[in-house]
Ligand binder design. Structure first.
Ligand SMILES: [Zn+2]
Length: 272
């Protein structure tokens, strides 16, 4: 109690004496500046590390789904963006024994200091999704060959209109063929959804999650055509349904989509 009184008394002294408050403020100002500088430095560190990991994540995603090391490095660097203050020093993508390895280094300078920058180093690994093999070459019904690339062809008929062909806004690859033609999983994965939109849009469609941010979608089936269920594991080439003409469809065909990170990409790039 006595101590409290003494403290109160001291405060009163400060405020009663003219100019005392100013003295206190001046001595506190540099400290406040130093603290905000330290906090700002922390923010820069945090954002730089986040940017580094988003670059690594994107590079892993591209490399594990396409096997293209150069493209993965390019996309990784692009997703790091043009940050001011810190910069991506290096981003290296390697594929060894069907394993994707990505390492990135970011230089983060210290504010108002002439010492050399701190180099943050991060990395990640993921299995290569594709299993390119001798069975990658597949015969089409018309005798032509569609070389199976990273993905197996979802159906044994030649492709029709492409992602940019036929009509604008097309997000996939069409495979026109007779109703009932077997549709197969383009790669091993888990069936994410089997959705029935009735006779509109995609009709009944299947989405398979292949991991690594890659999904494939198979549309325009009739309600009773899918032979897999959500949650089910499927193998590459396993029959999952059949060509239909349901929903917003101008004729019997499979509408096939490949999505990476939720974004539709040209499926043909994975089938050639
Ligand atoms: Zn289509």
């Amino acid at each position: 109690m006595e101590a409290l009184q003494r403290l109160a008394h001291r405060w009163q002294m400060v405020w009663n004496r003219k100019g005392a408050a100013t003295v206190e403020f001046v001595s506190i100002l540099p400290l406040a500046l130093l603290i905000s500088l330290a906090l700002w430095q922390l923010v820069i560190f945090g954002v730089a590390i986040m940017d580094t990991h988003s670059a690594i994540r994107d590079a892993v995603k591209i490399a594990s789904t396409t096997g293209d090391v150069d493209l993965a490095e390019e996309e990784g660097k692009a997703s790091f963006g043009k940050a001011t203050g810190y910069k991506l020093k290096s981003l290296k993508v390697k594929i060894e024994n069907h394993q994707v390895k990505v390492r990135a280094k970011t230089d983060i300078p210290f504010l108002f200091m002439n010492t050399s920058a701190y180099t943050y180093s991060g990395g990640s690994e993921a299995p290569l999704l594709n299993n390119v093999s001798a069975s990658g070459m597949m015969s089409l019904a018309n005798g032509s060959v569609l070389p199976g690339g990273k993905l197996a062809s979802p159906v044994d008929v030649p492709p029709g209109c492409g992602i940019i062909g036929c009509y604008s806004g097309h997000t996939g690859q069409d495979f026109p063929g007779p109703i009932g033609t077997e549709v197969k999983a383009a790669e091993a994965g888990i069936v994410k959804q089997v959705t029935n939109l009735g006779d509109s849009s995609y009709g009944t469609y299947i989405v398979i999650d292949h991991g690594g941010g890659m999904e494939t979608l198979y549309a325009h089936m009739y309600r009773d055509q899918p032979i897999v269920q959500a949650g089910e594991r499927v193998e590459r080439g396993q029959p999952i349904g059949a060509i239909g003409n349901n929903g917003n469809s101008s004729g019997p065909h499979l509408h096939f989509e490949v999505k990476i990170g939720g974004r539709p990409v040209d499926p043909m790039a994975f089938l050639r």
